[in-house]
Design a protein around this ligand. Structure first.
Ligand code: MG
Length: 312
């Protein structure tokens, strides 16, 4: 079946609903603004601004609105409309946005840290001035300096899951689900903090498909769904994600420092062979119980460290 997907503004959504008044369906799928059937074309418009046209003449129907919309390229095969990396609305980088990002998911040692931060439109220039940019391009010393500044004035939520807690939760859920739940919680905290103000949008640095994300948080008591956008390399799309990323990285480094102090030896970042050697030392000192205070035990490094140390 032919498919077209458009991304439109709230205003256009309203206009569309008006246009299809006589074609509206009585039932609408969850999350949708309206559903209509005109000729052989099914039209489903979502609150997010995404509009799906399905049917033989969907292209013609979508063409009516094309001028007011961003065309979302059709995905190759085997994917639902929800898995599309929807382009952000025009001018998004100038909006007031809550951004969120996580650090530590690929590091054997240290915490998993998720941060959401709100950046008001009026603060964008200041953030640039402070040197907020892609944290991967920043030295640790610079990240620490900038983060210390940011946390004094940006409304944010920092969720730091140290290894001991991580290892207690991890067997019951995938890392993806854990991340999704943490992002959802952090976003909820920031929305509370900035009340009654509302952001123009929320941008999550994409770590899984949006459909998977929403499935992962579906059992959560409070689910943040409104005006959420996902973007890989999110820090390049809005400074709020860059700021969240810097704060998260700072907290992660602090976590590693604390663990280093506790262990009395350098606890490294990453998951390379150096990590195996440090883990082997900890195993010799106190077995898996001790190692589990420092490292994410489900990583393959644990098995390697067991081989090196001879401790099972
Ligand atoms: Mg990320």
């Amino acid at each position: 079946m032919a498919n077209e997907v458009l991304l439109v503004s709230k205003e256009t959504l309203t206009n569309m609903k008006q246009y299809y008044t006589t074609n509206l369906k009585s039932t609408t799928p969850p999350g949708s603004f309206f559903a209509a059937k005109k000729g052989g074309v099914n039209i489903t418009a979502y609150n997010s601004g995404k509009v799906l046209f399905q049917g033989a003449t969907s292209q013609n129907e979508a063409a009516i609105w094309q001028e007011k919309a961003t065309l979302v390229p059709a995905k190759k095969k085997n994917s639902s409309s929800t898995s599309l990396n929807v382009p952000l609305p025009k001018g998004f980088s100038d909006w007031s946005v809550i951004g969120s990002d996580e650090v530590g998911t690929g590091s054997y040692f240290g915490p998993l840290t998720v941060v959401a931060a709100y950046v008001d439109q009026s603060q964008l220039a200041l953030l640039k001035e402070l040197g907020v940019r892609d944290s991967k391009e920043m030295k640790d010393s610079e990240i620490i300096r900038v983060a210390k500044d940011l946390i004094t004035f940006l409304p944010h939520s920092l969720l730091n899951v140290m290894p001991e807690k991580y290892n207690a939760i991890q067997p019951t859920m995938t890392q993806g689900k854990m991340k999704a739940i943490l992002h959802n919680q952090a976003l909820g905290h920031v929305l509370e903090k900035i009340k009654p103000k509302k952001p123009d949008g929320i941008l999550i640095d994409q770590f899984e498909l949006p459909a998977t994300y929403f499935k992962h948080i579906s059992d959560q008591p409070k689910q943040i769904k409104e005006t959420i956008y996902f973007q890989t390399k999110g820090e390049g799309h809005h400074l709020a994600v860059a700021a969240a990323s810097i704060i998260a990285r700072y907290a992660f480094l602090k976590g590693l420092d604390e663990l280093t102090a506790q262990a009395g030896m350098k606890i490294p970042s990453g998951a390379g062979s150096n990590s195996d050697l440090v883990a082997a030392k900890l195993l010799k000192q106190g077995g898996t119980l001790l190692l589990g205070k420092y490292a994410k035990l489900h990583f393959a490094n644990t098995e390697k460290a067991k081989k090196i140390s001879g401790v099972r």
